[in-house]
Design a protein around this ligand. Structure first.
Ligand code: BYC
Length: 317
């Protein structure tokens, strides 16, 4: 006598959770909750847009870099940001959104990008300060994303983090050169840049945990591994020590070591400024998006030619 055995039904939601719990990766063809997919698209697209918009404030100084050596390094850094954008757009595409859709949403103001890129770059010292503080904040946030539960995102982040570390070091090196070997005017330029970029860099980590809409769920899904406030604190503790090496003053009178907490205490962030910038009213929001949308329109013929060429190649082969 033969018996027919039926495989026990596995609930895809249970399998999804089991993969997350086992610290394995969710891959594009795996079942995933709609909200997980949406959160990933939101965060990865926002991250990709930040990389690409972030090219503008730095590209502003390529033609005015003080030496050929610094120019070559800055050009390579700006190209790296384009590359990061590409890895991230490719990762987002695996979730079922097209690159054209992401661009349209960004240009229409329906997709966000990091608040930090809505501030102007006024002097060469800003290039050093962006490397030191902005890339420093970025890497503090991004190290944990290498372990994000979504495979394509986590793999893209491994490569991005390697390059961001180099970016942070080159920024610190620009500032160290100006502080140690520069004139009084150059040292003042560095201090002025640090005064302008310090608070916006702290805002990069997002709202306080009590105000953050996504952190709890994103941590449960292991997309984020550390909360906004904990990352911000980690960044401050690391950066205060580096500021002593540079000999710059961080513009916060409340910054002091708290023996009991084992961390630096710091002053209140201006959250009104943060939300104004996030909502499109920062000093450079309009210009950044106009430039980005303009570049997209100007490049339409290149995309059309490339698509026509690849279609022709497919017909021939
Ligand atoms: N700017 O619930 P929350 C770079 C929004 S590029 C604008 O905490 P989440 C570099 C947030 O989207 C650096 N918006 O959100 C490039 C949410 O609004 P929605 C970019 C912000 O996602 C070139 C709302 O506030 N890095 O490194 O859990 C040169 C509530 O927030 C910001 C990444 O994108 C902000 N700063 O946490 C140099 C890293 N903060 O979406 C350097 C990946 C928050 O509900 N992203 N909002 O409308 C992340 O890790 C997380 O998305 C965040 C926010 C930590 C940024």
């Amino acid at each position: 006598m033969t018996t027919t055995q039926t495989r026990p039904e596995v609930d895809p939601a249970d399998l999804f959770q089991a993969i997350i719990d086992a610290e394995q990766k969710i891959e594009p063809h795996d079942w995933m909750p709609d909200a997980y997919r949406k959160t990933l698209i939101r965060q990865i697209a926002q991250h990709a847009h930040s990389e690409v918009i972030g090219m503008q404030p730095e590209a502003n100084w390529i033609s005015r870099a003080p030496t050929l050596h610094r120019k070559a390094i800055l050009m390579a850094k700006v190209q790296d940001e384009a590359g990061h954008g590409l890895y991230l757009y490719a990762a987002a595409e695996t979730l079922g959104i097209t690159r054209d859709e992401m661009m349209e949403l960004l240009h229409a103001g329906k997709h966000k990008y990091s608040s930090i890129f809505n501030y102007p770059t006024l002097s060469w010292a800003d290039m050093g300060t962006i490397g030191w503080l902005v890339d420093g904040a970025a890497i503090t946030n991004q190290v944990m994303l290498q372990r994000a539960s979504y495979g394509p995102y986590s793999r893209a982040m491994v490569r991005i983090c390697k390059e961001e570390s180099f970016h942070q070091r080159q920024g610190f090196d620009i500032l160290l050169t100006m502080m140690m070997g520069g004139s009084e005017a150059q040292r003042e330029m560095v201090q002025d840049a640090v005064n302008r970029w310090w608070w916006p860099s702290l805002m990069m980590f997002g709202p306080n945990d009590s105000e953050s809409t996504h952190t709890e769920q994103s941590m449960a899904w292991k997309i984020k591994r550390v909360s906004n406030d904990d990352l911000r604190q980690q960044f401050i503790d690391m950066t205060v020590e580096q500021s002593k090496v540079l000999g710059v003053t961080l513009p916060d009178p409340d910054l002091r070591w708290n023996e009991e907490r084992g961390h630096y205490d710091f002053g209140e962030i201006d959250w009104d400024e943060f939300w104004a910038v996030v909502k499109g009213n920062g000093p450079m929001n309009r210009e950044r998006i106009e430039n980005k949308a303009g570049a997209w329109d100007d490049g339409a013929w290149v995309r059309e030619a490339a698509l026509a060429h690849s279609a022709k190649k497919r017909r021939v082969s």
